[in-house]
Write a protein that binds this ligand. Structure first.
Ligand SMILES: C[S@@+](CC[C@H](N)C(=O)[O-])C[C@H]1O[C@@H](n2cnc3c(N)ncnc32)[C@H](O)[C@@H]1O
Length: 197
């Protein structure tokens, strides 16, 4: 089933990152500098890792991780962001990477099919009825780790932290919540599957 492209809200730009010099008509507002430091500081990968980046936008973080792993797959809801990601990866000559348009809510992910699953800044954009179903899908697909960024301490959703902790306990993951490097964009967390090497 083709991904349902939720209509861009009147205010949402076509692109996400502001660092897209090579993309014509780029109107993104988020500086990669707000997003990358936590990934660089807190994550580590293995050379034979198979990784998936859900909600990767134009793939700028996805491309930073590619040299550290065997292969990384980027999935993004908005086709124009996928096309930009493909163009930039091609310009940079990155081979062990792929990008496709898709929604985490409809994507079929096999159990423990990736060593690491990235779910950065997507949870809060999902409809209420899709949020936790998608989170279970993300955790189920991870053989070793889930790398998360989401607004955890949320006035309107005071139980979000509890629900995430419960999910980790039920699915046998430890959860580390890292100090915020940047004021924007939610808490950075890594969940590790118990016993996974
Ligand atoms: C806040 S941005 C984060 C981009 C990148 N992960 C980062 O951390 O810099 C969220 C991205 O998720 C995409 N997105 C929203 N809903 C999605 C869904 N259901 N499936 C896949 N991507 C989605 C948005 O289009 C947007 O590009």
């Amino acid at each position: 089933m083709p991904p349902t492209t939720a209509p861009l809200s009147a205010t949402e730009p076509n692109y996400y990152y502001s660092n897209l010099d090579q993309i014509e008509g780029a109107d993104g507002v988020w500086d990669l500098g707000y997003r990358l430091p936590e990934v660089q500081k807190y994550t580590s990968f293995k050379p034979d890792d198979e990784v998936i980046d859900l909600g990767c936008a134009e793939g700028l973080i996805t491309m930073e991780i590619a040299p550290q792993v065997k292969h990384i797959r980027g999935v993004e809801l908005r086709p124009q962001r996928v096309e930009a990601a493909k163009q930039i990866a091609n310009d940079r000559g990155i081979k062990n990477i792929s990008f496709e348009a898709g929604s985490v809510t409809t994507l079929e992910l096999e159990i423990q099919s990736y060593d690491v699953v990235l779910f950065l800044g997507v949870f809060q954009h999902l409809k209420r009825e899709d949020k936790w179903m998608s989170m279970v899908k993300v955790f189920s697909a991870a053989r070793r780790s889930v790398i998360l960024r989401m607004p955890l301490f949320h006035a309107k959703n005071p139980y979000r932290t509890t629900k995430l902790a419960e999910l980790c306990q039920q699915m046998n993951f430890t959860l580390t919540i890292y100090p915020r490097l940047e004021a924007h964009g939610g808490s950075f967390m890594i969940a590790n599957r118990m016993g996974a090497d």
